[in-house]
Design a protein around this ligand. Sequence first.
Ligand SMILES: Cc1cc2nc3c(=O)[nH]c(=O)nc-3n(C[C@H](O)[C@H](O)[C@H](O)COP(=O)(O)OP(=O)(O)OC[C@H]3O[C@@H](n4cnc5c(N)ncnc54)[C@H](O)[C@@H]3O)c2cc1C
Length: 384
Amino acid sequence: MSARKHVVVVGAGYAGMQAANRLLSRHTDIDVTVVNPRPVFVERVRLHQVAAGTGSATHDLVDLLHPRAALRVASVVRVGEDVVELDDGAAVRFDAAVYAAGSGPGVPEVPGGDRAYSVSDLDSATALHDALTSLRDGSAVTVVGAGATGTEVASELAESHPQLTVTLVGDAGAGLPDRTRRYLHRTLTSLGVRLRTGTVTGITDDAVLFDDGTTAASDATVWAGGFAVPDLARLSGLDVDEAGRLLVDTALRVPGRRRLVGVGDAVRVDAHDHIRMSCQAAMPLGRHGADTVAALLHDREPAPLSLRFVALCLSLGRRHGAVQVVRADDTPRDLVVTGRAGALGKEMVVRSTVWDIRRTGRKRAARTAESSSPTKEFDAAGER
Ligand SMILES: Cc1cc2nc3c(=O)[nH]c(=O)nc-3n(C[C@H](O)[C@H](O)[C@H](O)COP(=O)(O)OP(=O)(O)OC[C@H]3O[C@@H](n4cnc5c(N)ncnc54)[C@H](O)[C@@H]3O)c2cc1C
């Protein structure tokens, strides 16, 4: 490759940051512009802490991005053949692009679902935090959905707000080994979380309605029924699955688009039936996406993705946690670390994600004859 190439990364989450920093740290002949709606990296895995007031989740992007990266604070509204269009009317051309738009709150499809709070994005978690501060002692909070996120939110809220009555709806630990499940139930209960099952059929300002006709008081209801992806891929005319995830092949290429690659929560990878929406998957997907982009720009055949899961890590408040070891295909092994050791293990994993992004961003690519000065494209706008 003789001429310099320009890559646009859409979204500065775990996957997009890994992709941008890896490209810049390995290839001096590639420039990267990262487009993100805000100038901060949101550590989504800490958003239950933002809601509970036990932690923060934002880092300035300029501190985490490779120094040669250009940052454009905007939202992409369309991904074209060789250009992304932004919500401020601008357009940024590219030789290759990485689609890393991530995920956010799923909209509860029940009457009153728009009244529910969420911890899936920063604004929603902050809104929940504000709502909790105005609740009177003894108020009821219901968390709907007892998957990993719901379990973490319920325990974090119960530990930090003992004056509130927190109920978790669902079967915490479903699909995990009995020992892990029993530990989760025991710990949730010890934190004061009430456990109940049932299907929620409606949400009002002060109650949750169940399919058996019962009603439970709920002054704030948190929906933790799964993540949803942005509709950017669909609006751009790209092929998506029924959930709106961009379809990519095993090398993370978008079929029919020569130099578009998709990574992270927002994509569905061909022949990989199960990729858990997680930073555990998003980070290696981001790195692999970077390598595919580099291969395409250098006229090489990209390698297929090889992804191995390691663990499911759950925080249960600040003092308890579980690190459930899983096989490469994400099925649980009969091995779990619980208690304070589990909490510490989870915290170390969470910290390591930001360390890893920062470490990659600090690496300088070996200088070559075609090495350049930092990308200045958006300096004038004062964004970098
Ligand atoms: C409370 C909570 C706890 C979690 N705990 C864990 C855990 O313990 N372990 C784990 O592995 N995972 C966990 N997750 C899941 C994990 O956070 C996500 O799977 C991960 O963030 C996905 O990374 P991503 O880079 O694909 O997307 P994201 O992190 O969602 O980043 C996407 C980025 O794209 C940006 N974007 C979106 N649309 C546009 C657009 N149109 N233009 C430009 N930019 C755009 C977004 O603003 C965002 O910055 C947790 C999630 C939550 C909410």
